[in-house]
Design a protein around this ligand. Structure first.
Ligand SMILES: NC(=O)c1ccc[n+]([C@@H]2O[C@H](COP(=O)([O-])OP(=O)(O)OC[C@H]3O[C@@H](n4cnc5c(N)ncnc54)[C@H](O)[C@@H]3O)[C@@H](O)[C@H]2O)c1
Length: 355
């Protein structure tokens, strides 16, 4: 019989969605064995809902429990690094919500700990999982799309004062950033997943929508390593919420669906330049395996890595890449300059991007 991994989840907000979308549909692969939250009412409500008998307010208890294989960290951002390091040191496999850490120095510290741990670490980037993004990835990787030209990534979401009625949100010390860190990070990950690494960044960031410390509007201009140009726009003040990725290659233009929280779902608009390209795409996609959406797809892919010992489907390198973009955007905004990637240890914002 194949191994069923026992999961302990810390944080029962988005942690509940990990259960519903990620673990329950794969009940042959995972058992949610324990839940942890500082808020006892919330802990009991979620544990009752999913019949989880082991519940605790102490994350230390889960870390030292030999019965738990995977620690899934769903706490507010500022505690991620500490818990990830603790879980890796305990030899656990680790799933961690975004952002993985609060600085590039911390990502590098985590990556070192990962090398020395028997556990696998998978940061969450569930927007990569869906039929639309999977088809685009397959076409691009096959070479059929040709030379990449230009892209836009729009995160037009809406957050009002009631959303910030949660003590960790809207503050540098606890949210670690604004729309860039908490919201647009998903579409930006999807962009680099499809277009590869970034070479240069010029950006502006402002707080225009809510009375918060962190930014809620961003505009950035990117030069990708493959020569393509990309524009990122994000706001938390949109009347209509959409996420949209639009990429023009030599032979194919891709446009994601506009669902704010699942732009990876199919169908995407995939527009070939000719009938010949259309036929080649149809042939390529004819035998595409089905792919789960969001946490469902990501947890399924993680299981493959856990049983085979392969690298996780989303890696700490991916997390570093996303936080390098965040660091570059803040630095460009502060200095009104073009920032060249990669960002190394001698960069002024390597140890913190916060003001
Ligand atoms: N991937 C996504 O689509 C997505 C969506 C929402 C949130 N998130 C991320 O998930 C994380 C949590 O966000 P949320 O919206 O669920 O927040 P939340 O405030 O709703 O829930 C966080 C929970 O963690 C608990 N908690 C805090 N510190 C703890 C600790 N040390 N030990 C145990 N429990 C602790 C809190 O009591 C709270 O119940 C954030 O990093 C956020 O960016 C990701």
């Amino acid at each position: 019989m194949s191994k069923r991994f026992k999961v302990g989840i810390i944080g029962c907000g988005i942690g509940r969605s990990h259960i519903v979308e990620g673990y329950l549909p794969h009940a042959d692969k995972y058992e949610v064995a324990a839940l942890c939250d500082l808020d006892e009412t919330r802990l009991n409500a979620v544990a009752d809902e999913f019949f989880v008998s082991r519940r605790t307010r102490s994350s230390d208890e889960l870390m030292s429990d030999p019965d738990i294989d995977i620690i899934d960290i769903c706490t507010p951002p500022a505690v991620h690094t500490k818990l990830v390091l603790q879980a890796l040191a305990a030899g656990k496999h680790v799933v961690c919500e975004k952002p993985l850490t609060g600085s590039l120095a911390e990502v590098d510290q985590v990556r070192l700990a990962e090398k020395n741990s028997k556990g696998l670490l998978m940061p969450i980037f569930q927007y990569r999982y869906g039929e639309g993004v999977a088809q685009a990835k397959r076409i691009i990787d096959s070479g059929l799309a040709g030379k990449p030209y230009a892209a836009t990534a729009e995160t037009f979401w809406r957050r009002t004062a009631d959303y910030y009625d949660n003590p960790w949100r809207g503050r540098w010390a606890t949210e670690l950033g604004g729309v860039l860190m908490t919201h647009a990070i998903h579409l930006h990950d999807m962009l680099t997943y499809l277009l590869g690494p970034i070479e240069r960044v010029f950006a502006r960031a402002e707080t225009r929508v809510n009375a918060i410390e962190v930014e809620d509007c961003v505009s950035a201009s990117l030069l990708m390593q493959n020569g393509a140009l990309a524009s990122l726009t994000a706001t938390l003040g949109a009347a209509e919420e959409i996420s949209r990725l639009h990429i023009a290659f030599e032979h194919v233009t891709f446009e994601s669906n506009h669902e704010a929280y699942s732009p990876g779902d199919g169908p995407w608009r995939i527009v070939p330049v000719s009938d010949e390209v259309r036929q080649a795409i149809d042939a390529l996609l004819a035998d595409s395996p089905p792919v789960g959406r969001r946490f469902n797809g990501q947890m399924e892919a993680f299981y493959g890595a856990l049983v085979s010992g392969a690298a996780p489907p989303v890696t700490s390198e991916d997390a570093r890449r996303s936080l390098e973009l965040v660091t570059a955007i803040y630095h460009s905004n502060d200095t009104h300059s073009d920032v060249v990637l990669p960002i190394a240890e001698d960069h002024p914002k390597y140890h913190s991007w916060r003001p």
